[in-house]
Design a protein around this ligand. Structure first.
Ligand code: HEM
Length: 481
C-alpha cells in the first residue's frame, strides 16, 4: 500500500515538474518574444548566465546580434529578458525603480537576502533602503578626502612591487598588482588594517575564490532548475558551506571575528582617537541588537538609523566583493589602452604633471584630472564589467516600453550593444576615443550606466575614480618607466 502511494506520489511529482519545466521553457514563445533556443530544457541558458570564466556581457551581445534588441532567455526555469535600448534601460533603472528595485539573484540567495545577514548588494525593499541610507555618508566628499592618504599609501607600496618587477627587465602581468592594491585599500578603509601586506594578503585569493564559488554551486544551479524547491537546497547549501569550509564561509567567519573583536576593543576603550575610523567603526556607531523594517514605502519614508552586528558583517562582505575586482579590472584595462595609445598617455602625463604639483595629492587636484576621468569612462564603455550586478528582478508586474513584464521576471542589460550603439556614440563607437566624453549629449548621459543608474547606482563610484587616478598617476609620473 505505502509503496503504491510512494510510486504514485513520485510519478505525480515528476509529471508536475515536467509540466512546469515545459511551461517555463516556452514562456517567451507563448508571449511572442524571440528567445534563445536550448538543447537542454532543464538548464536552458543557465551555464552561460552562471559562468565564471566567460563573462556574460559578451554572450548577451552575441545573442542580441542573433535575436534582436529584445529577447528572452531562461536560466533554468527562470524567465529573463535582455534589453539594450537606452530608453528601456532608463525606464528599468530610474523611472520604474519602484517596480524593479530588486537586484537579480539566484532563487537560493533570494531566501538569504531576507535573513539577518542581508547586505547592500542583495538586500531589497525597506532593508536595502535603510542600509543604503546608513552607508551613503561613508562616501561623502568629506569622508573621501580623509581616505586619500590611505589610498596613496597603498599605491606607494604597489609601486615598490612594480619597481621590482620592472627591474627584472621582463614583461609581467600587471593585473595581480592592481588586485593587491585594491584589496589593500579595502582592507585598510573597510576593516581598519594598519599595515599593508600586498602579495602576502590571504584575502586576495580568498575573495577570488568566493567569486568562483558563488553562483556556481550545484545547490544554486539546482535552485534555478527548480525554484520552488529552494527551501530544500538552502539548508543543503549552508551545511555544505560549513562542512567544506569553502571560501565563502571562511570569509564570513573572518569578518564576523573582525567585527566582534572591534566591539570588544571599543568596550575596553582600546581604540584611540588618533585611529582613522574605518567602515566597521562607522557602522558600530549605529549598532543595535535588533532592527525591524516596515514595508517598503516608496518616497520620503523615514529609516531607522540602526544596524545589527550581522548586518555589519554582511556590509563588510559586500565591500570586499564589490570594491576589489571591479577597480582592479578597470585599472588593468586602462593600462593596456595607455600602452596601446601612447599619444593619449602623453596627454595624461602632461595633465598629471601640471595638476599634481605637491608632494601629497589632494582631492581638489584629483577633481581636475579630466583625462583620467574620460579614460575610465571610455574603458568601461568598451570593456563593461559588473553586468550581473546591474540586472534586476521585476517586483511588481508592469511594462518596459510596451512589453508586459511579470513579477519575478529578471531583466538583463546588454552593455556591449548599448555601449557600441552608433546612434548614441557616433560612427566611431567601436574605437577608443576618450575625448568623446568631453562633449556629452543627453543620449550619451542616459546610456552611461556602467556604474548603474538611479537609486541603486554604485555607491563606491567616487572611490573607484580616486583609486584609479592615484594609481595611474603614480605609474605615469615615475621617471623609471
Ligand atoms: C570600476 C569600479 C566599479 C564598477 C565598474 C562598479 C560597478 C557597479 C555596478 C554596475 C553596480 C550595480 C548598480 C546598479 O544596480 O544600478 C554596483 C553596485 C555597487 N557597488 Fe560598485 N563598481 C565599482 C567599484 C566599487 C567600489 C570601489 C565599491 C566599494 C567601495 C563598490 C561598491 C558597490 C556596492 C556596495 C554596490 C551595491 C549598491 C546598492 O545596491 O545599493 N563598487 N557597482
Amino acid at each position: 500500500m505505502w509503496l503504491a502511494v510512494l510510486i504514485v506520489g513520485f510519478i505525480t511529482g515528476i509529471t508536475v515538474y515536467l509540466y512546469h519545466v515545459l511551461q517555463a521553457t516556452t514562456y517567451w514563445k507563448r508571449r511572442g518574444i524571440p528567445s534563445v533556443p536550448s538543447s537542454n530544457i532543464f538548464t536552458n541558458q543557465l551555464d552561460e548566465t552562471t559562468s565564471y570564466d566567460h563573462p556574460i556581457c559578451f554572450q548577451l551581445h552575441k545573442w542580441t546580434k542573433e535575436f534582436g534588441p529584445i529577447y528572452g532567455i531562461h536560466s533554468g526555469m527562470m524567465p529573463e529578458i535582455v534589453i539594450s535600448d537606452p530608453e528601456l534601460v532608463h525606464e528599468l533603472l530610474t523611472k520604474k525603480f519602484e517596480d524593479f528595485y530588486g537586484r537579480r539573484s539566484s532563487p537560493l540567495l533570494k531566501v538569504i537576502q531576507n535573513s539577518k545577514r542581508a547586505h547592500l548588494l542583495n538586500a531589497r525593499g525597506a532593508r536595502w533602503k535603510r542600509l543604503r541610507a546608513l552607508t551613503s555618508p561613508i562616501f561623502t566628499m568629506g569622508n573621501l578626502k580623509r581616505l586619500i592618504p590611505t589610498v596613496e599609501k597603498c599605491s606607494n607600496y604597489t609601486m615598490v612591487f612594480f619597481d621590482k618587477a620592472y627591474e627584472t627587465g621582463k614583461a609581467f602581468n600587471i593585473k595581480p598588482f592592481f588586485h593587491e592594491f585594491t584589496m589593500d585599500v579595502m582592507c585598510h578603509i573597510a576593516l581598519g588594517h594598519k599595515e599593508t601586506n600586498q602579495f602576502n594578503n590571504p584575502r586576495t585569493k580568498l575573495v577570488d575564490d568566493v567569486f568562483k564559488y558563488l553562483g556556481g554551486t550545484p545547490f544554486e544551479k539546482s535552485a534555478f532548475m527548480a525554484p520552488a524547491l529552494s527551501f530544500i537546497f538552502l539548508p543543503m547549501f549552508i551545511i555544505h558551506s560549513v562542512l567544506t569550509s569553502n571560501a565563502f564561509s571562511i570569509l564570513i567567519g573572518q569578518l564576523r571575528k573582525a567585527v566582534a573583536e572591534r566591539i570588544q576593543e571599543r568596550a575596553s576603550g582600546k581604540t584611540t582617537t588618533s585611529d582613522l575610523p574605518d567602515f566597521i567603526d562607522f557602522f558600530l556607531d549605529l549598532l543595535d541588537d535588533e532592527v525591524t523594517d516596515g514595508a517598503f514605502t516608496k518616497t520620503n519614508a523615514k529609516v531607522a538609523k540602526k544596524v545589527t552586528e550581522e548586518e555589519i558583517v554582511g556590509q563588510c562582505f559586500a565591500f570586499m566583493l564589490a570594491g576589489y575586482d571591479t577597480t582592479a579590472d578597470t585599472l588593468t584595462t586602462s593600462s593596456w589602452f595607455l600602452a596601446k595609445y601612447p599619444d593619449f598617455q602623453d596627454r595624461l602625463y602632461e595633465e598629471i604633471e601640471e595638476v599634481c604639483d605637491t608632494p601629497e595629492v589632494t582631492y581638489e587636484q584629483l577633481e581636475q584630472l579630466k583625462y583620467v576621468d574620460v579614460l575610465m569612462k571610455e574603458i568601461l564603455r568598451l570593456h563593461p564589467i559588473a553586468t550581473s550586478a546591474i540586472a534586476r528582478e521585476c517586483m511588481e508586474s508592469t511594462t518596459l516600453g510596451n512589453i508586459p513584464i511579470e513579477k519575478g521576471t529578471n531583466v538583463w542589460i546588454d552593455f556591449v550593444t548599448l555601449n557600441k550603439n552608433t546612434e548614441i556614440w557616433g560612427d566611431d563607437a567601436s574605437e577608443f576615443r576618450p575625448e568623446r566624453f568631453f562633449d556629452v549629449t543627453t543620449e550619451m548621459q542616459n546610456a552611461m550606466v556602467n556604474f548603474g543608474a538611479g537609486p541603486r547606482i554604485c555607491i563606491g563610484m567616487k572611490l573607484a575614480y580616486i583609486e584609479e587616478k592615484i594609481a595611474l598617476g603614480k605609474i605615469l609620473i615615475n621617471p623609471q618607466y
